[in-house]
Design a protein around this ligand. Structure first.
Ligand code: NAG
Ligand code: NAG
Length: 300
């Protein structure tokens, strides 16, 4: 099975530790409140276009044909309105400093692939707000970010549980992602942006594709990035909750570690025991390690 920059698959367990290092960034002077809000607005524009585009493309008949419940589309219409409201809310706060929408390319081909992608995107939204919170200084903005984050989390849970019939959460804690990691995931959908948009102090890492023989701990996997299958990185770092679990890479291969569950993000790090923006060679990739109510893995 293939875990690429987009979605994927299943496993279970638990583990502890500190905040993923790459999510803890030193406060650069460039990262002020305007920058954080524009970073958030960049994502909200993307989500807004994602839902508007899908709803234009897929009518009620398409949802029915895909075997999705008849009320699902109506809920997606409500979510689309929320994303439009988030865009307006952030744009109003930023005034003439507000970044404008880009053009996008979303790989949904039917309501099912749209719903799977919606689950992944809402999860990235939650991890983006969680990781960016440390840069906000204005307490009113912090409250605004908190209520947007909790709404994105409700979207993520609803689409995962009610529509996709999967787990509505990953565990006790979500994963905070660093700005560059979030931007890497967003950039894969962005075709081009207006040249007048303010430059953000972020960069995209190379796209990472993980392929594994199964979704259980112990399954062997391969790593590919930069068009090469023989990765030179020394480890795959898996983010789950506030933990980072490392799997060494040998000859482009790794073994899926214990302790992964729900939505897991993975990067290739040149440092086998620690991740920072400097050590990330590729990724993140998103792994969906789906599990049932009795904690067994969802068979794919
Ligand atoms: C991957 O490709 C990018 C862009 O070509 C390059 O900057 C980077 O150094 C490459 N990374 C590795 C690990 O080869
Ligand atoms: C890996 O990162 C840790 C923590 O920053 C550092 O102490 C260690 O020297 C690094 N190892 C390598 C091989 O660079």
């Amino acid at each position: 099975m293939k875990f690429s920059t987009l979605f994927s698959f299943a496993l279970a367990a638990l583990s502890v530790n500190a905040l993923p290092k790459a999510a803890v960034q030193r406060r650069a002077d460039a990262i002020d409140d305007t920058t954080v809000l524009n970073f958030a607005l960049t994502l909200e524009h993307l989500e807004n276009a994602f839902y508007a585009g899908a709803l234009e493309k897929f009518d009620e008949g398409a949802f029915k044909k895909a075997g999705l419940p008849s009320w699902a589309r109506g809920r997606f219409v409500q979510i689309a309105a929320h994303e439009a409201a988030h865009v307006k809310f952030l744009s109003d706060a930023l005034g003439d400093k507000a970044t404008k929408p880009c053009t996008y390319n979303f790989p949904y081909t039917d309501p099912k692939t749209f719903a799977a992608l919606s689950m992944a995107l809402e999860g990235v939204g939650v991890s983006a707000y969680a990781g960016a919170a440390q840069f906000i200084t204005n307490k009113q903005y912090l409250t605004a970010a908190a209520v947007v984050l909790s709404t994105e989390a409700r979207h993520a849970s609803w689409v995962a549980g009610a529509v996709n019939k999967l787990e509505s959460w990953s565990g006790a804690l979500d994963v905070p992602l660093g700005l560059n990691q979030v931007f890497t995931l967003a950039a894969s959908f962005i075709t081009s942006c207006p040249s007048t948009n303010p430059a953000l102090p972020v960069k995209a890492f190379p796209t990472l594709t993980l392929t594994t023989a199964g979704n259980k701990a112990g399954s062997s996997g391969t790593v590919a990035y930069n068009g090469s299958s023989s990765a030179s990185g020394t480890a795959v770092a898996f983010y789950t909750g506030l933990s980072t679990i490392f799997a060494p890479i040998k000859d482009g291969k790794f073994t899926l570690p214990e302790g992964l569950m729900g939505t897991v993000y993975a990067v290739v790090s040149s440092n086998a025991t620690s991740v920072s923006d400097e050590s990330i060679l590729a990724g993140p990739a998103i792994l969906e390690i789906n599990f049932n109510s009795d904690n067994t893995l969802v068979k794919k």
